[in-house]
Design a protein around this ligand. Structure first.
Ligand SMILES: [Zn+2]
Length: 207
């Protein structure tokens, strides 16, 4: 699996219809958590965020919201922002447009949000344009920094360093509240929150 911890400027230029980072004048970071809610990983994340009065955006999978609805409600109750990550975690490059859009629509019945992130970062220009159109009105949120927490070959230390070395004010950072990411997350997330809190950063939702 090939990916870069830091999204190159050229990729950002090629997809100007997507949001990759946020222009800010203050020390603000935008933490995002994909693929939840999960009954174990999500409460762990919520607890860490609470300790630092941090808010984050959760790109939820529709079917996980249905299965873990109490956890989903806790995410919202604690002031975090829910966002659409399709119902079945589909890869847009491998899915017919109609099926893909129906799947996002199904997720939007259960996730009330104006934000969308395509699973694997893979959706066609046509699909993204349709989702940004009048019917869906979804903004596409990509990222500036990948923690790599989903990659079993990344050590927890490297996951931590991926974020520490690449994040700056306005960065959108990707984590996963999933079982697979939990070993990396349980090491890296508390330390990342600590590190940036000490540098007087704030953690806010995407709005
Ligand atoms: Zn995902």
């Amino acid at each position: 699996m090939f990916y870069l911890a830091k999204t190159p400027w050229l990729i950002k230029k090629l997809y100007p219809e997507c949001i990759w980072d946020i222009k800010v004048t203050e020390k603000i970071l935008f933490l995002t958590f994909d693929d939840g809610p999960h009954p174990e990983a999500t409460p762990f994340v919520l607890e860490q965020l609470r300790k630092h009065n941090a808010r984050a955006t959760f790109f939820c999978i529709g079917k996980n919201v249905k299965e873990n609805f109490e956890t989903y409600k806790a995410v919202i109750a604690e002031g975090h922002k829910p966002a659409n990550h399709t119902y079945n975690h589909l890869n847009g490059w491998k899915t017919k447009d109609k099926e893909y859009l129906n799947d996002v629509d199904e997720a939007s019945n259960i996730i009330d949000s104006n934000l969308f992130r395509p699973p694997y970062g893979k959706a066609t220009k046509f699909q993204l344009k349709a989702l940004q159109g009048e019917k869906f009105q979804l903004k596409t949120i990509m990222w500036d920094v990948l923690s790599g927490d989903f990659d079993v070959k990344v050590t927890p230390e490297n996951c931590y360093l991926n974020v520490i070395n690449n994040a700056k004010a306005g960065s959108i950072i990707v984590f996963h509240d999933s079982l697979k990411a939990l070993p990396c997350l349980s090491f890296a997330l508390p330390r990342i929150l600590e590190y940036f809190s000490e540098k007087n950063f704030q953690f806010k939702i995407l709005s």
